[in-house]
Design a binder for this molecule. Structure first.
Ligand code: FAD
Length: 180
C-alpha cells in the first residue's frame, strides 16, 4: 500500500472507495479485500490514520470466544434487554442495537483471526457483566488495533490517501471532493 501525503485525486480510479481511515474504514476495506475486491482506496482527511478508534481502550462483545475460554456466559438476549432498558426502550433503533449485539462475538472472532490478542483476564465487569474486551499489555488497545488493521490493509494492497477529504461518494460515478 502506498500512503501518500497529497495526490491529484481527479485522476484516481478505484473499484471501491472508503471514506475515513478509522476502525470502521479499515475493517470495511480489509473485509472487501478478503472477499476479492481489488483496487481499494481509503480517503482520510487528517494527516494520520486511526481517527477516534485509535483512542479507544476496550469494546463490548457478548458470546465471544474470549468469554467462552474463560467460562463466562454473556448472552445476546440478556445484553439486548439490558441495553434497551438503559435507553428506556425508545431512544435508539432496536434493530440496530440488536444487529450490533448479534455480531459482536463474531467481531472478536474475526479480529482474533487477524492476530489481535485479547486478554481474557481483563474482561471488565461493566454495566453488562464481563462484556468489555481489551487487549494484552498495558498500552492503548485502540492504537494497537489500528496499527494491526493498517498493516493488514497494507498487505492486502489497499491504498490510503492521507490529507484527502471526500465530500460525497456518488454511486457508480466516483467521489465528490470539496472545492479547493
Ligand atoms: C477519547 C475517546 C475514547 C473512546 N473510548 C472508547 C472505548 O473505550 N470503547 C468504545 O467502544 N468506544 C470508545 N470511544 C468511541 C469510539 O472511539 C468510536 O465510536 C469509534 O472509534 C468510531 O469508529 P469510526 O471508524 O466510525 O470513526 P473514527 O475512528 O473516528 O474514524 C473516522 C475517520 O474518518 C475521517 N473522516 C471524517 N470525515 C472525513 C471525510 N469527509 N473525508 C475523509 N476522511 C474523513 C476522520 O478523520 C477519521 O480518521 C472513544 C472515543 C473517544 C474520542
Amino acid at each position: 500500500m502506498t500512503v501518500e501525503k497529497s495526490v491529484n485525486t481527479e485522476h484516481l480510479k478505484a473499484d471501491m472507495v472508503v471514506m475515513g481511515c478509522g476502525g470502521s474504514g479499515l475493517v470495511t476495506a480489509l473485509t472487501a479485500a478478503d472477499n476479492g475486491v481489488k483496487n481499494i482506496i481509503i480517503l482520510e482527511k487528517e494527516g494520520h490514520r486511526g481517527g477516534n478508534s485509535a483512542l479507544a481502550g476496550e469494546f463490548f462483545a457478548c458470546d465471544s470466544p474470549v468469554q467462552a475460554r474463560e467460562g463466562i456466559v454473556c448472552r445476546a438476549d440478556d445484553c439486548f434487554k439490558l441495553a434497551m432498558d438503559w435507553y428506556h426502550w425508545d431512544r435508539v433503533n432496536p434493530r440496530l442495537v440488536r444487529a450490533y449485539i448479534n455480531v459482536s462475538g463474531d467481531t472478536v472472532r474475526w479480529l482474533e483471526g487477524k492476530g489481535v490478542e485479547f486478554d481474557g483476564k481483563k474482561l471488565i465487569k461493566s454495566q453488562i457483566s464481563n462484556s468489555t474486551h481489551t487487549g494484552k499489555g498495558d498500552s492503548g488497545f485502540g492504537g494497537k488495533l489500528i496499527s494491526l488493521l493498517f498493516k493488514k490493509c497494507e498487505e492486502a494492497g489497499v491504498k490510503i490517501l492521507l490529507h484527502t477529504r471526500g465530500k460525497k461518494i456518488l454511486r457508480d460515478a466516483g467521489v465528490k471532493f470539496p472545492e479547493p
